[in-house]
Design a protein around this ligand. Structure first.
Ligand code: KG4
Ligand code: ZN
Length: 360
């Protein structure tokens, strides 16, 4: 079985061809980082237009690299949400057009399901397992029970963790995207010099919150600028701020994930899967390794290319859904919000309700 995957939910335009034998025949990702850098964040309208400019060519290249014509495809899987609505529409409409023209099944994939199942493209991992999804747009803990079967254990009540890294990096003058820059800056820093808050630490449940941490960091930076002037943005102070921030994030992630592991204990899961761009962070990986040893669970991290947004994971989710007999009609609608677990309660907290958006 060969499936074309299409991903356009945020600022990556991506196309890939994957087989049910776990072969990735092509896997192309075009990042729009340069288009958004000027604005210090992703601009929805620019993202949608950039997808329109590049998607057709990227799909053609992806098919050529796979050595296939469209007649060889068994289906088209396109991300149908959650995400920036204009951006999602571009990929979903393109997927529909190919499915209609070739008379092959369309699989409308939830982007989060793509992340949730991506590990199974590279590992023989049985259900159920716990997923920690940490990216610029998402911050969730999910029990992955089967294809199309998810229980959300926790989500962020305000910012996603990658977003928190990006905002903190901006505050420290480290540029965009901030996650990798902040990790680098923190390498030489003292993580206990600044005492920053750990939102929700020690509280029951597995929800996250990062806006209080971000605000505390901003206040600390303002105080330091008054005290030290521009030297606040020089090392060692900047490195110490970065390291203290990263340590606070690490404490929160570990505490919440530990609670979620307890919550899934009765389900017979003994694996923790971490996906999303923030999974690239070496410090956080080391902390999660510590937790997996403490709780005697297997820690699985998909290769980085599969962790960040890509179309191979969408194609793979399409294969899993097609094998389960789950396809979609051509009038399926794109969705800005689309929780994987429809029964999930809205998280309680200062940021809720109404501000959850795609992150929830
Ligand atoms: O999964 P991803 O590529 O895109 C989505 O947001 O869906 O994740 C990108 C996010 C950005 O917020 C970026 O700053 C963060 O992941 N990130 C990191 C690191 N590398 C990427 N955050 C912390 N440390 C890193 N090394
Ligand atoms: Zn993503």
């Amino acid at each position: 079985m060969k499936i074309l995957g299409i991903e356009t939910s945020c600022d990556e335009t991506a196309a890939a061809v994957v087989t049910d034998a776990r072969e990735v025949l092509s896997d192309l990702v075009l990042s729009q980082l340069d288009a958004h850098r000027l604005f210090g964040g992703v601009v929805p309208e620019i993202a949608a237009r950039a997808h329109i400019d590049h998607l057709d060519r990227l799909i053609a290249e992806s098919m050529a690299e796979a050595g296939l014509g469209f007649e060889a495809l068994d289906g088209v899987a396109a991300t149908a949400g959650p995400g920036l609505i204009g951006a999602v529409m571009v990929g979903l409409m393109t997927g529909k057009a190919i499915a209609a023209a070739r008379g092959i099944p369309l699989i409308a994939v939830n982007h989060l399901e793509g992340h949730a199942l991506s590990i199974r493209l590279v590992e023989e991992l049985a259900f159920p397992y716990l997923l920690l999804l940490v990216s610029g747009g998402h911050c969730q803990l999910l029990a992955v029970l089967g294809v199309g079967r998810y229980r959300r254990l926790g989500t962020t009540i305000d910012d996603a963790v990658g977003e928190a890294f990006d905002k903190a990096a901006k505050l420290l003058g480290l540029g965009f995207p901030g996650g990798p820059a902040l990790e680098r800056a923190a390498l030489t820093g003292n993580p206990v010099r600044f005492d920053l808050p750990r939102p929700l630490l020690g509280r029951p449940g597995a929800d996250f919150s990062f806006s209080g941490l971000k605000t505390a960091l901003r206040h600390r930076v303002e105080e330091l600028v008054e005290e030290l002037g521009e030297a606040a943005f020089e090392d060692p102070t900047r490195a110490d701020l970065a390291a203290s921030f990263q340590a606070a994030v690490g404490d929160v992630l570990i505490d919440r994930t530990r609670n979620a592991l307890r919550m899934v204990e009765g389900l017979g899961s003994n694996a923790l899967v971490v996906a999303g761009g923030v999974a690239a962070n070496r410090y956080l990986r080391a902390r999660l390794e510590g937790l997996s040893a403490e709780r005697a669970v297997r820690l699985l991290l998909p290769p980085l290319k599969l962790c960040t947004d890509n179309a191979a994971m969408i194609a793979w989710a399409g294969i899993e859904r097609l094998e389960a007999g789950l396809t979609d009609r051509l009038d399926v609608a794109p969705r800005a919000r689309w929780p994987l677990d429809p029964d999930a309660e809205a998280p309680q907290g200062a940021g809720a309700p109404g501000r959850l958006g795609a992150k929830a």
